[in-house]
Design a protein around this ligand. Structure first.
Ligand SMILES: NC(=O)c1ccc[n+]([C@@H]2O[C@H](COP(=O)([O-])OP(=O)(O)OC[C@H]3O[C@@H](n4cnc5c(N)ncnc54)[C@H](O)[C@@H]3O)[C@@H](O)[C@H]2O)c1
Length: 255
């Protein structure tokens, strides 16, 4: 029970990795605020969490808006009394090179993947300071540290998120607030599966093909990423601050 009575905010909680994070943290004793733009998705998941006796409340939240980010932190404080752990997991992946990237694609990538993390951290850190410490785990990407092709808005936002993580890791280590990030390569979630569908491909076949490009033999499942996030949020990672942890099955961005 690594997270007994810890007050935890998880964004993107209705998504592939997010819903696994909610189950994992709640199963280890956390009190979770599960937030997503896709509120119906959270409503559909809630009964399965309640059946297991997990302490989870769901919150609708559009990370495009500063007010929603700040309200989310306040909701955790009002519901559970504070914020011990913040998991900035939500993300969107606009696809295209610069000529294919509209203003909307650019600004929404920055809003959801970067600005929301800034607003959430700025609102949560005073509560962690008051409690004597805390942990923040951001989900960047290997495409943030080594940009992949034709995703200029996504890679730029994830790169800035990696830099934000390192900044906060340094600035708040003296507060006993550890800020780290995971940097996954491909993960078998709706994020990549819908991309295949949009291109007219069968997602199962496309994933099977993609598996062959990974030295360990398969792309990641959400659990592979959630386990590393949980480690970084736990006391086992008590000396890790500002780390960017690649979780890739040894697949490089460029082979
Ligand atoms: N799947 C991959 O291959 C992969 C690779 C590297 C990094 N990542 C990162 O992992 C994280 C989780 O992604 P996933 O693969 O589970 O994707 P996903 O699409 O399954 O989940 C993302 C969730 O974020 C939510 N979200 C999107 N916009 C939002 C907004 N404006 N406000 C609130 N919530 C919003 C979505 O509703 C969704 O539930 C993301 O940050 C993503 O960039 C994923």
């Amino acid at each position: 029970m690594r997270f007994e009575n810890k007050q935890v905010i998880i964004t993107g909680a209705a998504g592939g990795i997010g819903q696994v994070l909610v189950g994992l943290f709640a199963s280890e004793g956390a009190k979770v605020v599960a937030a997503d733009y896709h509120y119906e998705g959270l409503q559909n998941l809630l009964p399965s969490w309640q059946t297991k006796g997990y302490e989870v409340t769901i919150e609708a939240c559009d990370l495009n808006h500063k007010a929603d980010c700040e309200a989310l932190v306040q909701a955790c404080v009002d519901t559970y009394g504070g914020v011990d752990i913040l998991l900035n997991n939500a993300g969107i992946i606009p696809r295209g090179n610069i000529l294919e990237t509209t203003d909307d694609m650019w600004f929404s990538a920055m809003n959801v993947n970067l600005n929301a993390v800034f607003f959430l951290c700025r609102a949560a850190i005073p509560h962690m300071q008051a409690a004597g410490g805390g942990a923040i785990v951001n989900t960047s990407s290997v495409w943030g540290t080594e940009p992949g092709p034709n995703h200029v808005a996504y890679c730029t936002a994830k790169g800035a998120l990696a830099c934000l993580t390192r900044n906060l890791g340094v600035d708040h280590a003296p507060d006993n607030i550890r800020v780290n990030a995971v940097c996954p390569n491909e993960v078998n979630t709706p994020m990549i599966r819908t991309g295949f569908e949009r291109r007219g491909l069968d997602p199962d076949e496309a994933v099977a093909q993609l598996n062959q490009s990974v030295p360990i033999g398969r792309i990641a499942e959400p659990e592979d990423i959630a386990d590393v996030i949980a480690f970084l949020a736990s006391d086992a990672a008590r000396y890790m601050c500002g780390a960017l942890v690649p979780v890739t099955g040894a697949k490089p961005v460029y082979g």
